[in-house]
Structure formats: structure tokens, C-alpha cells
Design a protein around this ligand. Structure first.
Ligand code: C2E
Ligand code: MG
Ligand code: MG
Ligand code: MG
Length: 287
């Protein structure tokens, strides 16, 4: 009896797994074609300086304009791109497109791009990025590379070399999602970053609890004392932005200032910033 039940359960489980594997395999094929066809498109989220609230740059965030399923968020495809080794190809193409788009924007507008841990291991990362910058004519000083601590755990010395090479080109390095890793202070001690981005999960709660707010305040002070600039991610309310400005946070990003948007929407924003709750567009050098 029990044996039979067990086998039945196993069979159901197995066919569900088969389906999932098939779906993944299908997604992998589709994604490979989508990358080739240029269906992965850069969206741009405004980054503003605080307390002025002037637009100083954008973060590039990938979207898949799927022919039948509509616009897909990174959660639907970045993971599979990482597991299958497609992420580098995807990201270099995205960077190239962002550099081309940026040529139509003010010359000081900063462009930040996310680099996955897998891509960070590419030994030609620096050369590939320089190649794209040269080919598109974007100044390295306009580019910022965002990495998370996951990219750093494998080989600290290799990471140091890569970061330094990029910085020597004039590219800035941001430590993304700060506060979510396991050894944040260790990497801050061992490596030189230009910017620290406080994870949205911290920013979310600053107006809810004094303890949370104290922690965020301490992160801002720590970052400043190490000579880094700080961005708060995921700002959604005026109360948060006022508080963060008051604590000396340098930059802000979040739905309050704008969700990630297609190129045309950003171009419109650059022409009429006040329609978007921004004081002005006065790009200036970040670092
Ligand atoms: P991230 O780099 O930390 O990007 C910030 C994420 O927070 C974005 O989600 C953005 O849409 C979202 N966000 C920004 N402001 C707010 C806010 O006020 N409220 C809320 N609820 N969310 C906000 P998105 O675009 O879904 O991207 C998620 C993650 O996927 C990114 O996190 C990044 O780790 C990864 N990703 C996106 N594009 C790329 C890419 O081109 N390459 C790589 N390697 N990873 C990417
Ligand atoms: Mg990021
Ligand atoms: Mg982040
Ligand atoms: Mg995040």
C-alpha cells in the first residue's frame, strides 16, 4: 500500500520536474535567440543627487521585450542567462546599446551597468568594456560598473586586479545591494570602491523604525569615512528622501524619481524634468 502511494507520488513529482525542465530548456532556446535578435533592451532608471534632486545619471536595467509574453523583468531571465553562460553576451550587447543611447543625452549623464558574478570572472572583462567604450565613443568617466559581493568571494586577488584595471580606465565601481551580503565589512576593508549602494530593503524601512534608521545612518557615515559616495536604492517617499538627504546620503534612486523606463521616456524626461518631480537636469561629474 504505502509502496504504491510512494511510487505514485514519485511519478507525479517526476512529471512535474520533467515539465519544469522542458520549460527551462525552452526558455533557454528562446533567450539565446532573443539575445541574437536584440530583444533584450536597456531600460533606464533615474539617479538623482541629494539634496538638489537633479538628475545626474541612470542605471541600466535589462528588459526582455518578448514577442508573445510582453515585457519581462530580469527575474524572469537573468538567472538562466547566468547558469547557461549567456549573461556576458547579453550584458555586453546591453552596454553597447546603452552607450549608443547615451550619445543623444547630455555629455555628463552617468551610465551605471550591472555586472553578474559570472561575467565578472571573464578575464577579458576590462578589454571588452574598453572595446565597447572606444567603439561607441562613450567616455569611461561616464561609466559606472555595479557589482555585488557575490562577485568577489571566489578570488579576492583576481577581483582586486579587475577592479583596479577598470578604475585605471576611469570607470567607477559601485558595490550594489550593500547590506545583503555576508561579509560587507570584509570587502570594504580589502577592496577600493567608489560608491556604495544601500539595498532597497534597508531604505524601505527607515521611516518605520528608529533602529532601522540608525543602521542606515551608520552605513552612510561608514561609506563617507572610507571616502566613498553613497546611493540609496528604492526611494519611494518624500519622507525617506528628506531624511536621507539630511543624513548626508549623496544620491538617490527609486520610484519617487522614476521607475526604469525605455530610452524614449528618458529622453522626454531630460527635456521636461519638472513633469517628473525633478528640480532640474544638471548633470555634473560624480566622482
Ligand atoms: P539592482 O541592480 O539592485 O536594481 C535595482 C532594482 O530595484 C531594479 O529591479 C529596479 O527596478 C528596482 N527598483 C528601483 N527603485 C525601486 C523602488 O522604489 N521600489 C521598488 N520596489 N523597486 C525599485 P529590476 O529592474 O527588476 O532588476 C532586478 C535586479 O536584476 C537588479 O537589481 C540586478 O541585480 C539584476 N539586473 C537587472 N538588469 C541586469 C543586467 O543587465 N545585468 C545583470 N547582470 N543583472 C541585471
Ligand atoms: Mg544595480
Ligand atoms: Mg541594487
Ligand atoms: Mg537590489
Amino acid at each position: 500500500q504505502g509502496k504504491k502511494d510512494g511510487r505514485g507520488t514519485y511519478r507525479v513529482f517526476k512529471s512535474a520536474m520533467d515539465l519544469e525542465l522542458k520549460a527551462r530548456a525552452q526558455l533557454e532556446i528562446e533567450l539565446r535567440e532573443a539575445i541574437q535578435r536584440g530583444e533584450i533592451e536597456p531600460f533606464y532608471q533615474p539617479v538623482v543627487s541629494l539634496p538638489e534632486k537633479t538628475l545626474i545619471g541612470v542605471e541600466v536595467l535589462a528588459r526582455w521585450r518578448h514577442p508573445t509574453r510582453g515585457l519581462l523583468a530580469p527575474a524572469a531571465f537573468i538567472g538562466i542567462a547566468e547558469e547557461t553562460g549567456m549573461i556576458s553576451d547579453l550584458s555586453y550587447r546591453l552596454l553597447r546599446q546603452a552607450c549608443l543611447d547615451a550619445r543623444e543625452w547630455p555629455g555628463d549623464l552617468q551610465i551605471a551597468i550591472n555586472i553578474s558574478p559570472q561575467q565578472f570572472q571573464d578575464r577579458w572583462l576590462c578589454e571588452r568594456i574598453l572595446g565597447i567604450l572606444t567603439e561607441t565613443g562613450l567616455s569611461p568617466r561616464r561609466l559606472e560598473v555595479e557589482i555585488t559581493e557575490t562577485a568577489l568571494v571566489q578570488d579576492l586577488e583576481a577581483a582586486r586586479t579587475t577592479l583596479t584595471s577598470l578604475q585605471n580606465l576611469g570607470v567607477r565601481i559601485a558595490l550594489d545591494d550593500f547590506g545583503t551580503g555576508y561579509s560587507s565589512l570584509y570587502h570594504l576593508r580589502e577592496l577600493k570602491f567608489d560608491k556604495l549602494k544601500i539595498d532597497r530593503s534597508y531604505v524601505d524601512t527607515i521611516t518605520m523604525s528608529e533602529e532601522r534608521a540608525k543602521l542606515v545612518d551608520a552605513i552612510i557615515k561608514l561609506s563617507a569615512s572610507l571616502g566613498l559616495v553613497t546611493t540609496a536604492e528604492g526611494i519611494e517617499t518624500d519622507a525617506s528622501v528628506d531624511w536621507l538627504s539630511g543624513q548626508g546620503c549623496d544620491f538617490g534612486q527609486g520610484y519617487l524619481f522614476g521607475a526604469p523606463m525605455p530610452k524614449e521616456a528618458l529622453t522626454a524626461l531630460l527635456q521636461a524634468p519638472s513633469d517628473h518631480g525633478m528640480e532640474s537636469v544638471a548633470p555634473r561629474k560624480v566622482a
